[in-house]
Ligand binder design. Sequence first.
Ligand code: ATP
Length: 361
Amino acid sequence: TAPAAEAQPRPILQLVGVRKTFGRFAAVESIDLDVREGEFLTIVGPSGSGKTTLLRMLAGMDTPSEGYITLRGELINDMPANRRPTCLVFQSLALFPHKSVGENITFPLKVKGVSAAARKARALELMKVVRLPPDYFDKNVMKCSGGERQRVALARAFAYDPQVLFFDEPLSALDYKLKKALEKELKDLHRETGKTFIYITHSLEEAMVMSDRIGVMRAGRLVQVGTPEEIYGAPVDRFVSEFVGEVNTIKVKRDGEEWRGVDVDGRFTLRPPADGAALGEAFVVVRPEYMRFLKEGDTADNRLTGTVYNEYSLGSRIQYQIRVGEKVMLVELSRARALPPGSDPVVTIGWDAADAFTLAG
Ligand code: ATP
């Protein structure tokens, strides 16, 4: 609706029909995107989907073959990286290995001609922001741990005082625990600094934890942009639904007023598709955590009977694989609600129409 659209602040970055070709191959295909001031936007997609190519154009390391990129309304297609008020944080960090933490962080200020005393003062402020102790100022950066170096790189990025920060898989080389900790810190940092963050990753989990909005790329196209909840709960197609998590997908066909399973026996109640399309064939998609085991007398809009043939521990959760005819359905429960040992492997599983979504067949 128009009033809500008008309430949106002007985008800090705007992409219109952005395309990048290498010879005949289009690595990025007609992207339209408004990046909001101060948002944390993550671009996810499988390997080769064009994330890096898109980021390189935004950061000024590459020029679009077609289309426009504007920053606060100014066309920046051909503006070189070093003239843009943006900064890129890499996976490889690109720190100066023989220099101290302080020298690394203050490099951008030195280039600008800021005095040594002012540089140090600013570095100490930034070190506080990224939670590095002040006595690290003189420490050789190679003597820092992976996570500490990550913070040094971030502090240096902030020293440029950029309007937009780009992150190219900055956490992918780190171990799981550190990565989880830094995800939370990056999110806090984003909130505290109010800067616009554009982050690329192939890890959906990372995207879900940190982002205000997620853009999903596939084969050079941006197929959906939305909040983590929208991407997870209302994916636009099967590709997005499967990329963002595990799903149970059942093919159904309209039969008068009813929907019948094509690959499993049964009649199903569907939530109408989000776009209201009248479908002859459709896919019912249910996330495993919205499936439940039904006991005698339990009600559910939809149900199937099958045989448990595998269970996996996911730590605090358990996932069951249930064979229903030729299909395998997944049910995920918290450990507290697990099937008791020695239960009958023949089970009835069910879900409510409101907990599933419908995609065009
Ligand atoms: P990954 O997650 O593996 O980094 P990505 O989504 O970042 O992948 P890109 O690196 O943007 O993908 O690559 C998109 C496509 O464009 C790939 O098929 C890649 O081979 C191709 N490509 C990228 N850069 C060039 C180039 N300079 N010349 C030719 N093809 C390129």
